[in-house]
Write a new protein. Structure first.
Length: 254
């Protein structure tokens, strides 16, 4: 049986838990060698330990820090001789009424959710351009496609990721590098626990409230996002670029 990512080398930011962990494990199951990064090495090592055949390696990196990204990309390029797939998944959230959120929160989210994508992509693109192929997969959000109540800084940052995806796709297309965005709805990850804390709700109560807002009446499993990330990292999607694909239990229909 041919694996869908056999021979590919991938980098997944924010791969220590949640969606990033699910993507890294799915990539490894499909035969890719993968590096996961985030700020907490313990989480990354747990992801690596769950992966088949030692295919996932863990390296600490803060995507909001240019020198940290440079050190990480030097290490990964030496380890693998370049990467074929970059998954820009690391992200942070904030919630609250527009009038109550300080402008500094917008800068903090922008640094991680948008400029983090820029830093990591720029670090790996020269190699991709040289080889004339590569896939960049940005994890945006349905919050990057339409309004979401009480999440202005997060919503603004994810609209930024969607815009960035389209501009990168346009500039990279002729060089054989694709860039697409996945826009998940509500996914069952530790981010929802942080969301619950921010709005003063119990985690399970928040999950049930969010589920009720979707036509399917449930929240997503991280593996459902990983399935699309496998497709976008594989040669099966070689003709697709600049797309923003919602997996949202029907919240976004187009
Ligand atoms: P989690 O909070 O569960 O995981 C986020 C990951 O990002 C962690 O590994 C975290 O590790 C890492 N991270 C955060 N800040 C940084 C940083 N500065 N540098 C490097 N890594 C960082 O979130 P999810 O798995 O839910 O989210 C993953 C992505 O999916 C995010 O971009 C999120 O916005 C998006 N998304 C999530 C949805 C959901 O409902 N869960 C819905 C739509 C989109 P550490 O803190 O150790 O650095």
């Amino acid at each position: 049986m041919t694996l869908r990512l056999e021979g590919k080398r991938a980098l997944v930011t924010g791969g220590g838990r949640g969606i990033g962990r699910a993507i890294a494990l799915a990539y490894a199951r499909e035969g890719a060698r993968c590096v996961v990064t985030s700020r907490r090495l313990e989480d990354l090592e747990e992801t690596a330990a769950e992966a088949p055949n030692g295919l996932v390696s863990a390296i600490r990196c803060d995507v909001s820090d240019s020198s940290s990204v440079r050190d990480m990309s030097d290490f990964v390029n030496n380890l693998f001789g370049g990467v074929d797939i970059v998954v820009n998944n690391a992200g942070i959230h904030a919630a609250g009424r527009f009038l109550d959120i300080e402008p500094e929160t917008y800068s903090e989210l922008y640094e991680v959710n948008v400029v983090g994508v820029v830093r990591v992509s720029q670090a790996f693109l020269p190699g991709m351009l040289e080889r004339g192929r590569g896939s960049i997969v940005n994890i945006a959000s349905t919050a990057g496609l339409f309004e979401s109540p009480g999440q202005a800084p997060y919503n603004a940052s994810k609209h930024g990721v969607v815009g960035l995806t389209r501009c990168m796709a346009l500039e990279l297309a002729a060089a054989g590098v694709t860039c697409n965005a996945i826009c998940p709805g509500f996914v069952d990850t530790p981010m929802l626990d942080g969301f619950a804390d921010l709005v003063g709700a119990e985690s399970e109560e928040l999950r049930s409230r969010l589920a009720q807002r979707t036509p399917m009446g449930r929240i997503l499993d991280p593996s459902e996002i990983a399935n699309l990330a496998v497709y976008l990292g594989s040669d099966e999607s070689s003709g697709m670029t600049g797309q923003t694909m919602a997996i949202s239990n029907g919240m976004r229909m187009s």
